[in-house]
Design a binder for this molecule. Sequence first.
Ligand code: PCA
Length: 334
Amino acid sequence: MQRREMLGTVMGALGAVGVMGAGMGDARAATQWKLATGYKPETLHTQNIEQFARDVEKATAGDLKIAVHPNNSLVKLPEILGAVQSGKAEAGEMLMSAMVKDVPLAGADSVPFIVSSYKDAHRLWQYQSPLLEKHLIDEKGVVPLYAVPWPPQGLFTVKLVRTKADFQGLKMRTYNATTVRIAELLGAQSVDVAAPDIPKALASGQIDSMITSSLTGVESQIWTHTKYYYELNAWIPKNLVFVQKKALDALSPATRKAVLEAAKAAEERGWALSEAALRASVNELRSHGMAIDRISPDLSKDINRFGEKFSREWVRTVGNDATRLFVPFYTQAP
Ligand code: PCA
């Protein structure tokens, strides 16, 4: 091969993988990432991801563009971790506790009655984050970028519930292992429904109750089908945004730094947005005529008991990691 031909081949190859520098004649090829999420475009978390993508694009002067694929459109939520691992999407967002089959520790934020305030949820995340990061990098080749919580979880029902017996025959929508187990222990039938499909499932009578946040209630216009919201404050689950390590490592150091800085800003912004959304969404439920209440002492006792049962089961499955997480969480409490 002649030198000139060789140069052409190499330049072509560099251009194709997006590493051709500016000033090499052609405009520099930008890197494109696909980011898959299972939530609707209007959801707080998706809006925050869109802002993160804009921040990255701006900070890198268009060197890295992140296209967000919401609504389970590119990959369905339970499969997003696997899709990022394999490179079908370079990045993704998942409910952390939906990863428990792959990484049991990811479910720590959905163990009932451990945290009930954003402050404690944040403290838990400080201990959970380095442990989770190690599992994801070592076992999945995936790097966590940032996490943002949903508001605390409560119970929506079509009818007033006072005791466990009132759950007989209820069809309870579930979204992770905790909600499935609690439905089971309450004697309700559990029905797995993806968040964007809640309105349809309520309208068709497929479900008539669920544990979720006031925010998801508002986003599902829950008042059209249910009347009651019980503020359980049972746990504060988070969504995790992550990227394939190979894709992150392929970036230039400056672009990688921009991604990590934008992620840090997205985490801070997301926590503040979530806390503001809690207040706004409870008010909105009330303004649509929903009865917002605490559960009866009887039911509270049962639900607490089920929560403890679930915690014991969870600690057994997770093993040593549970100690590594909860010992500092409890002993270093302010
Ligand atoms: N909304 C999501 C997860 C937790 C929440 O508040 C859902 O219901 O699927």
